[in-house]
Design a protein around this ligand. Structure first.
Ligand code: PEP
Length: 248
């Protein structure tokens, strides 16, 4: 039985002080052990958030990292820096990073491998644009994104990866995929993992849905057979995040 995982992607929002206020407002509401809960603040908020979540069930993730160990990569953050702070998860290949920062399926693969090497759980984002959905290529595209992201990842490591299916047209738009649309693609992701590895691996990998998840739609989405929780943007900045975590 896969444990659900709900992660909040704060994007470029909050300051360290505001981040602590948000955690303080959430922590009494988030106390179930049934769901893995992760918040992914901006890098500069990580130390304050790691301190604020102590004694709670909330884990902390980063929104990105570099695939090199260290070196002359001005402005970048290495995996060992995250690990030393106590970060456990890292979002890889969010569509905003693909769109605005030229990340590709190949850099996503390099980052996924490097995150796993350092014991970080990669939350690998895949998903189609509206145009791609209208062209009918969603499943092929998401299958390919998933395959490339997992290239050279061992079966044991693949089990640790979280895949976030995030249709680009649903991110920050208020246009949620229907539960049937989300389920269809999440099932296809699990299917491609079964083909590349085995059914056993595919049954363990957690596949999230992301795209305008909120307190009103989380229950229906997260109760679909192949949807193991969500990656939440806008609603993760509000107390509403607790009602998404406590979706039942
Ligand atoms: C996201 O940023 O990953 C996301 C899904 O955003 P939102 O929930 O705001 O659509």
């Amino acid at each position: 039985m896969r444990k659900k995982i709900v992660a909040g992607n704060w994007k470029m929002n909050m300051t360290p002080a505001k981040a602590v206020e948000l955690i303080d407002s959430l922590k009494n509401e988030i106390n179930s052990n049934e769901v893995d809960v992760v918040v992914c603040p901006p890098f500069v908020c990580l130390p304050a958030v790691l301190e604020a979540v102590k004694g709670t069930n909330i884990a902390v993730g980063a929104q990105n990292m570099h695939f090199e160990e260290n070196g002359a990569y001005t402005g970048e953050i290495a995996p060992s820096m995250l690990v030393e702070l106590g970060v456990k998860y890292v979002i890889i290949g969010h569509s905003e990073r693909r769109q605005y920062f030229a990340e590709t399926d190949q850099t996503v693969n390099k980052k996924t491998l490097k995150a796993l090497e350092h014991g970080l759980v990669p939350v690998v984002c895949v998903g189609e644009s509206l145009e791609e959905r209208q062209q009918g290529v969603t499943i092929d595209l998401v299958r390919l994104q998933t395959k490339i992201a997992l290239k050279d990842v061992t079966a044991e490591d693949a089990k640790k990866v979280v895949i976030a299916y995030e249709p680009i047209w649903a991110i920050g738009t208020g246009m949620t995929a229907t539960s049937a649309q989300a389920e269809e693609v999440c099932a296809a992701i699990r299917q491609v993992i079964a083909e590349v590895y085995s059914k056993e691996v595919a049954d363990e990998v957690r596949v999230q849905y992301g795209g305008s998840v909120n307190g009103g739609n989380a229950n229906e989405l997260f109760n679909m057979g192949n949807i193991d929780g969500g990656l939440v943007g806008g609603a993760s900045l509000k107390p509403e995040f607790a009602s998404i975590v406590n979706y039942k």
